[in-house]
Structures are given as C-alpha cells and as structure tokens.
Design a protein around this ligand. Structure first.
Ligand SMILES: [Zn+2]
Length: 131
C-alpha cells in the first residue's frame, strides 16, 4: 500500500449531485392501503416512504453516459458525461465522437430538465488519490 494518484479525462457538463437525484414516493409494505391513509392499519408502517434515486449510474468502468465526481472527497459536484480514458492517452480521435457525446448528454439534460446545451459540454481532467 502507498499513495497513488491517477487522472482520467471526462467529457461532459459540470453540475451538482442534486441535479441527478430524484425523490420518489413508494409504498412501504405489501398490504392494500387506501391512498388517504397515512399508516397501514395492518402493520403500522407509513403508507408511503420517500426514496432517493439517481437518474444515472455511477461507474468509472462503464461505457456510455455516466456521472463522475469532480472531487471524490466532497461528493457534491459531478460531471455528467463520458469517460474518455486515462490522461496519458492519445485524444486525437475524440473529436470524431464529440457530436455523438454532445447529443447524448444534451438529450439526457432535456429529458431531465437540466439547463445545459452543447456549449456547456467540456473536457475535464479528474484526479483521484488513494492511500
Ligand atoms: Zn402493512
């Protein structure tokens, strides 16, 4: 074990983690509870509980649209986009898929009412440290 750091490049839009969180209500138990009732008469569980879901998957290995923490120690800011590879790679091919990535990112933003356009899509270098 020891200190290690690595960087990789992400293309996308920078935003807060809150913008990909969504709170949904779901039934707490399996009993048939009428919607006006706050608690289940059979087991006493609240009728509905709030659940936070993420609109995107987080995975550094995943191909395709994902989200990435800009600062892994302060998980408030993210980039929604595509991982392009480690920072020592050759990125000369990236321009050929830029319009595809733009399209995917902007479509996701439209679908989820995020106020981003092509001009917000940028390249970010993310550095991760581990001890
Ligand atoms: Zn119940």
């Amino acid at each position: 074990m020891g200190y290690s750091a690595y960087s990789y490049v992400v293309f996308g839009v920078k935003t807060s983690i809150e913008s990909i969180k969504k709170t949904t209500k779901q039934r707490s138990c399996g009993h048939d509870v009428q919607s006006h009732m706050k608690f289940c008469p059979e087991c006493g569980e609240p009728n509905t509980t709030e659940k936070t879901v993420y609109l995107l998957d987080y995975s550094m290995e995943k191909e395709g649209l994902s989200y990435f923490y800009s600062d892994p120690n302060n998980r408030q800011e993210i980039v929604i986009g595509f991982q392009l590879g480690f920072s020592d790679q050759d990125f000369s091919e990236v321009s050929s898929i830029k319009s595809y990535m733009d399209k995917e990112i902007i479509q996701f933003c439209k679908d989820n009412n995020l106020p981003f356009t092509e001009k917000h899509c940028k390249t970010y270098v993310m550095t991760y440290h581990s001890y």
